[in-house]
Write a new protein. Structure first.
Length: 323
């Protein structure tokens, strides 16, 4: 979540007239995240989240995001539920950009993560994969193999060597080498389905030490299920010093296996998928580090974390291949 588009109170008041969710009491921008503009809204009938989709999002793909959140909500999966207006529409426009309103989920993100939290996250992801297996809509992962290649080229063109100096020598070359390895060995035959693709701690809410909701489905897509696990491994299984924590890792996998058991092939390819996930988040963070507009109310995330994680999984794969 973030704020790129500035919102004026009269715009929001006019938008709310289209819904039966009460009159505006207060609102404020949410600066966490990087992708779309998000606002917390409180009305006379409750709390809601307004999302304004920014330029990265293809308007034609918004029905997919609405569809999966509605589908999972009907399955009693705890995620935002899109709000329909008085004319049975979900999507409107603000400042020439599409927007939606969803219900507000209580809870907070975890900052002090322990293995028990990781078990719950893994379990809830496995539950999500099971519950969404009959979801009929599909969306290609724009940040998979083909998307990575394009993003590497953009980073190579737009980021100067001086900007990369603090991250070590020939970082783009190292990323290209990683991409080539992933492309050559990508396990296209592994089971696919809906994946969240961004289940980071700031997108998982806890209340009374239980998961109270999963948010931010706007990277969601159809892809390798185990890749979703690999993203979670990157997000949850390293400590604050970016050191891999095996207890967290084992708990995450045990939680996932309690709902959907990973196959031997999925486990075998998890280091490769984790390496690819590290590269994916390194690429987007590198690009945003340099290209985020100065007037955007958003804090770009430091790419260094994912340089460390990428190198960890590279070394893990090297050791595995030499055994």
């Amino acid at each position: 979540m973030a704020v790129y588009t500035k919102l004026h109170i009269h715009q929001l008041e006019e938008l709310l007239k289209l819904y039966d969710i009460g009159s505006l009491i207060t609102y404020n921008g949410i600066t966490e995240g990087i992708e779309n503009s998000n606002f917390f809204i409180e009305t006379t009938q409750g709390k809601f989240i307004l999302t304004i989709f920014e330029n990265r999002v293809n308007k034609k793909e918004i029905p997919f995001f609405l569809g999966i959140m509605s589908y999972l909500s009907q399955k009693r999966f705890l995620c935002p539920k899109p709000i329909i207006d008085l004319k049975n529409n979900y999507i409107h426009e603000l400042s020439g950009k599409p927007c939606i309103i969803v219900n507000f989920l209580e809870g907070k993100s975890k900052t002090n993560i322990n293995p028990e939290d990781c078990f719950k996250v893994g379990s809830y992801m496995g539950y999500m994969h099971n519950q969404s297996k009959d979801f009929s809509l599909e969306r290609q992962n724009s940040l998979s193999i083909s998307g990575w290649k394009e993003l590497i080229e953009k980073c190579d063109i737009s980021i100067s060597e001086n900007s990369l100096a603090n991250f070590g020598q020939n970082l783009i070359g190292e990323i290209k080498e990683t991409f080539n390895y992933c492309e050559k060995n990508w396990p296209t035959y592994l089971p696919k389905g809906f994946i969240h693709a961004d289940m980071f701690p700031d997108n998982v809410f806890f209340l009374n030490n239980s998961i109270s909701g999963i948010i931010d489905f706007y990277f969601g897509c159809t892809d390798i299920l185990a890749y979703d696990v690999a993203v979670a491994v990157n997000a949850w299984c390293f400590n604050d010093e970016n050191v891999f924590n095996k207890d967290r890792y084992n708990s995450l996998l045990n939680g996932y296996n309690s709902q959907r058991k990973l196959s031997k092939d999925e486990i075998l390819h998890l280091p490769l998928l984790s390496k690819a996930a590290s590269m994916r988040f390194l690429l987007t963070r590198l690009y945003d580090w340099v290209n985020t507009p100065d007037n955007a109310d958003v804090i770009p995330k430091d790419p260094y974390e994912y340089i460390v994680k990428l190198r960890y999984f590279k070394e893990t794969l090297r050791k595995n291949n030499n055994e």
